[in-house]
Design a protein around this ligand. Structure first.
Ligand code: G
Ligand code: G
Ligand code: MN
Ligand code: NA
Length: 253
C-alpha cells in the first residue's frame, strides 16, 4: 500500500482531524483567533503531524481535495461553535500552492461559506510569499477573496521571496513572522533586528502583524516592546483538539 493510496483512503474514511492553535492579542491577552492545523489519525501509526503527509499530498495533487476538506471542516466547526452561542473568533486556514493555482478556488471558498453558513468575516486564509510571485494572478485572486470578505495573511513571512512592491499592492491584512526568527530572538541580535523591522514595516503599511512560535517570556517581552499585535505559540497554547476550544472561547483567553 503506497502512502499516496493510504492518503486517499484516509480522506474517504474521514481519518483526518483538525487541531486549533489559539492566537492572542498581545496588549490584552485576549483570544482573537484560531489557526486550523491538520493531523492524520492513522489506524496503526497514531496521530501524524502534517509534515509527514502534506508534502506528498502536494506532490500527488491530492492537496486540492484535502485542502477543501480542511476549509470545509474549519468553517463548519467555527459555525457550530457560533451556533452553540460561544463567542466567535476568526479561523485561519493554510492554503497550499496547488490550491492557490487552481482555477476555481474562489468558487470553492464561496461554496463552502454558503454551505456552512459561516460569515466570511470569520475566515482568514494563510498563503506564503512564494504564492504571490505571479503578481498579476495573485493580485486578481486576492482582490476577489477580499471582495467576498475573506482576509489574507502572509504566513512564514521573511523566509520566502518578498518584494516590498508586492506588499504595497497586495490586498492582504496581516503578516505572520516566521518562527525561525522568533526562536533565537533573545540570543541573536540579527533575528531581533529582523523581527523589529518586520513589525515596524507592517505597521507603516497598515498591516497587522502576528508572531508565531512564541515559547518564552523573553520573546514575549521583546514582541511587546516592539508592539507586535498578536502572538501564537507554546507559551500560551499548542494546537489543541476541538473539544478543548469551547472553554477558551468562553473565558476569552
Ligand atoms: O501543526 P504543525 O506545526 O505540525 O504544522 C506543520 C506545518 O504544516 C505548518 O507549516 C503548517 O502550515 C502546515 N499545515 C498544517 N495544516 C495544514 C493544512 O491544512 N494545509 C496546509 N497546506 N498546510 C498545513
Ligand atoms: O507554518 P505554520 O504557521 O502553518 O505553522 C504552524 C505550526 O507551528 C504548527 O504546526 C504548530 O504546531 C507549530 N508551532 C506553533 N507554536 C509553536 C511554538 O511555540 N514552537 C514551535 N516550535 N512550534 C510551534
Ligand atoms: Mn500557518
Ligand atoms: Na508559519
Amino acid at each position: 500500500l503506497t502512502l499516496q493510496h493510504e492518503l486517499r483512503q484516509a480522506l474517504l474514511r474521514g481519518d483526518f482531524v483538525l487541531h486549533y492553535q489559539p492566537q492572542y492579542r498581545l496588549s490584552s491577552g485576549a483570544l482573537v483567533g484560531l489557526e486550523a492545523l491538520i493531523r492524520w489519525r492513522h489506524p496503526e501509526r497514531g496521530l501524524l503531524p502534517p509534515g509527514l503527509f502534506i508534502p506528498l499530498a502536494e506532490e500527488s495533487g491530492l492537496i486540492v481535495q484535502l485542502g477543501d476538506w480542511v476549509m470545509q471542516e474549519a468553517c463548519r466547526q467555527t459555525q457550530a461553535w457560533q451556533q452553540a452561542d460561544l463567542p466567535t473568533v476568526p479561523i485561519s486556514v493554510n492554503l497550499s500552492m496547488g490550491q492557490f493555482q487552481r482555477q476555481n478556488l474562489i468558487e470553492r471558498v464561496e461554496e463552502i461559506l454558503n454551505k456552512t453558513g459561516l460569515d466570511p468575516a470569520y475566515l482568514e486564509l494563510e498563503i506564503t510569499e512564494s504564492m504571490t510571485m505571479d503578481v498579476v494572478h495573485a493580485t486578481a485572486y486576492l482582490q476577489r477573496l477580499k471582495a467576498i470578505g475573506v482576509a489574507i495573511i502572509i504566513d512564514d513571512f521573511g523566509t520566502g521571496y518578498s518584494s516590498f512592491n508586492y506588499l504595497k499592492n497586495l490586498p492582504i491584512s496581516k503578516l505572520k513572522i516566521d518562527r525561525s526568527f522568533v526562536r533565537d530572538l533573545s540570543q541573536d541580535p540579527n533575528d531581533a533586528a529582523i523581527v523589529a523591522a518586520i513589525i515596524a514595516m507592517a505597521h507603516n503599511l497598515n498591516l497587522e502583524v502576528i508572531a508565531e512560535g512564541v515559547e518564552t517570556s523573553a520573546q514575549l517581552d521583546f514582541l511587546s516592546l516592539h508592539r507586535c499585535d498578536e502572538i501564537q505559540g507554546f507559551l500560551y497554547n499548542p494546537p489543541l483538539p476541538a473539544e478543548r476550544i469551547p472553554e477558551l472561547l468562553e473565558t476569552g483567553r
